[in-house]
Design a protein around this ligand. Structure first.
Ligand SMILES: [Fe+2]
Length: 454
C-alpha cells in the first residue's frame, strides 16, 4: 500500500476532527477510547472456548479468532507501519492472513477459507492484540501535536472499524452456535421487559405522517462519519407515512401463517427464486415444533416471543411482508428525515441483551395515551430500506487502501438504517448507512414499513 495515500484517505473516509484539548488530555482521551473498544471486544469473547473461535459456518461468517486478529492488523497496518519509526511486524505473514479486502494493502487469504486456519492459535491471536495495543500506547505517549493530528483520524477510524467487527463477531458466533444441535448459550437471558420499558411500542402499529419537504441528507461534518454518508445534499422527499415501530413477531407470524412464503404475488422475482432455492419458510433461526414457532437466540433455543421486533429477515422477506401488509419499505431518505427528530437511544450492544428487546404486554393508561410518534428508530434491528446502496451526488472514493473501505461496495446492495442490538451506541448515527445484499439475513435485520398518502 501507499502509506501516504492511506493517511490522506483517512481524512476523507472519516469526517474532520477538531482538536481543542491539551496534549495530555488529548492523548488520554484517545487512549481511553482505544482501550475501551479493544477491551469490549475482548469481553465479548470472555465466555468463548478456543474451539468456538475457529469455526467458519459459511463464507459470510468469519471465525472469532479472525475478527480478533483482523481488527489488530488494521491498527498495525494503517498506523504503526506508517508512524512508529523502525516498526517491523513481528510476524509478517499476518498481513496476508488478516487483510480482509484492501487490494492496495497487498495480497490476502481467501475469505471462504478463514475457518481452515488453525495457526496462529486463539491465544497467539490474543498475544498479537496485546502486542499491538502496547505499541499504540507507546506511539500515542511519545507523539507531538503534529503527529497526533495525523494519527487521530486513523485511530478513530480504527475504533469504528473495530465496533463494526464487534457486531459481526456477535452475529457470526450466533450463526456458528446455531449449527450445533446442542444450541450453546452465548449469554444467559435476562429480564428483557424490565430492561426496555418502552411499553408504547406494544400498541398496534400506527403511521406517522410527513409532509413533502426538501430535506438535507447526509453527514454535516460534525463528528465522525464514514465517507459514504456524504456529501450532505438536498433531497426532495414527497409526502409519506412511516410506521410508529418495527414489525413485531406476532405480525410476521400472521404473514407466515397466511402462506406468505408460498404466494408469489408478494415477492420480487429474485426473492421468489431465492425463497424456493433456499426453501425458506420463516426467518433465519426459526423452527416450528408442535405447532409453535421456536427460534435460536444467543441466550439459547426458545419459543418465539411475539412482542419482539422480527429479525434475521432478508430484504426479499422485508419487501414481501410489506407488500402483503399493503405497505412498502421506506427509502433511506424518508428514514433519515423521520429520524432527525428522534433521540439516538434504544437497545444497543452495551445493554448486552444480544437480541431485539421485547416490550411489556401490559400498557398503562398513561402510556396508552401517549402522543403519536416514532419508537425504536435506533437499536434492536437494522431496518431495511428500499434504497440501493449507491454514492451520494459528488461522492468520490478516497485514494489509497482506505478508499476501499466503502466505495467499492456500492453495487447490488441495499441500505439499512438505525443500528441493532449488536451495534454500539457510540457507533450509530442518523446518517449511518449500513448495506447488505438482499438475500443476506444473518445480521440483526428487521422491518419498518412505510406507505404513500392514502
Ligand atoms: Fe474489517
Amino acid at each position: 500500500m501507499n502509506p501516504a495515500a492511506a493517511e490522506n484517505a483517512a481524512g476523507r473516509v472519516a469526517a474532520e476532527y477538531s482538536f481543542s484539548s491539551t496534549k495530555p488530555d488529548r492523548v488520554e482521551r484517545l487512549r481511553n477510547r482505544f482501550h475501551q473498544t479493544r477491551n469490549f471486544t475482548n469481553s465479548l469473547c470472555a465466555d468463548l472456548e478456543p474451539e468456538d473461535c475457529v469455526v467458519q459456518s459459511m463464507s459470510d461468517v468469519s471465525p472469532t479468532k479472525w475478527h480478533l486478529a483482523h481488527t489488530t492488523w488494521f491498527f498495525e497496518t494503517f498506523i504503526l507501519k506508517k508512524f512508529l519509526p523502525g516498526y517491523r511486524a513481528e510476524i509478517p505473514g499476518y498481513a496476508y492472513l488478516f487483510n480482509s479486502y484492501y487490494n492496495a494493502a497487498g495480497d490476502m487469504h481467501r475469505r471462504d477459507l478463514r475457518g481452515l486456519i488453525s495457526r496462529p492459535t486463539v491465544s497467539e491471536a490474543q498475544r498479537y492484540r496485546g502486542s499491538i495495543d502496547l505499541h499504540i500506547d507507546d506511539l500515542l505517549s511519545d507523539a507531538d501535536e503534529e503527529l497526533l493530528d495525523d494519527i487521530e483520524p486513523l485511530l478513530v477510524l480504527g475504533v469504528h472499524h473495530e465496533q463494526q467487527h464487534q457486531e459481526l463477531l456477535i452475529t457470526d458466533i450466533k450463526h456458528v452456535f446455531a449449527q450445533n444441535p446442542l444450541y450453546p448459550v452465548f449469554r444467559p437471558a435476562e429480564d428483557r421487559a424490565l430492561r426496555c420499558p418502552d411499553a408504547a411500542a406494544r400498541r398496534p402499529c400506527q403511521f406517522v405522517d410527513f409532509e413533502q419537504a426538501v430535506t438535507a441528507i447526509g453527514n454535516d461534518s460534525c463528528g465522525f462519519a464514514y465517507d459514504n454518508e456524504g456529501p450532505r445534499h438536498q433531497v426532495l422527499v414527497p409526502e409519506f407515512a412511516l410506521a410508529s415501530r418495527p414489525v413485531i413477531n406476532s405480525e410476521y407470524i400472521a404473514f407466515v401463517e397466511d402462506n406468505g412464503y408460498r404466494r408469489p404475488e408478494f415477492w420480487l422475482s429474485l426473492g421468489w427464486t431465492t425463497v424456493n432455492e433456499q426453501r425458506w419458510d420463516a426467518p433465519l433461526y426459526w423452527t416450528k415444533r408442535d405447532g409453535t414457532w421456536w427460534n435460536f437466540t444467543l441466550s439459547g433455543f426458545r419459543p418465539v416471543d411475539e412482542s419482539e421486533p422480527v429479525t434475521h429477515i432478508s430484504y426479499f422477506e422485508a419487501d414481501a411482508y410489506a407488500t402483503w401488509a399493503g405497505a412498502r419499505l421506506p427509502t433511506e431518505f424518508e428514514w433519515e428525515r423521520a429520524a432527525s427528530g428522534c433521540p439516538i437511544e434504544g437497545n444497543f450492544v452495551e445493554d448486552e441483551l444480544f437480541h431485539p428487546a421485547a416490550v411489556p404486554s401490559t400498557v398503562s393508561a398513561d402510556k396508552a395515551a401517549h402522543e403519536l410518534r416514532l419508537h425504536r428508530m435506533f437499536g434492536d434491528v437494522w431496518e431495511w430500506t428500499r434504497s440501493a446502496y449507491s454514492p451520494y451526488p459528488g461522492y468520490r472514493v478516497a485514494p489509497g487502501a482506505l478508499g476501499e473501505y466503502n466505495g467499492k461496495f456500492m453495487c447490488n446492495q441495499y441500505v439499512l438504517r438505525g443500528g441493532s442490538c449488536a451495534t454500539s451506541s457510540t457507533h450509530i448515527r442518523r446518517t449511518y448507512r449500513n448495506f447488505f445484499q438482499p438475500e443476506k439475513r444473518w445480521q440483526f435485520t428487521g422491518i419498518r414499513v412505510a406507505r404513500d398518502p392514502q
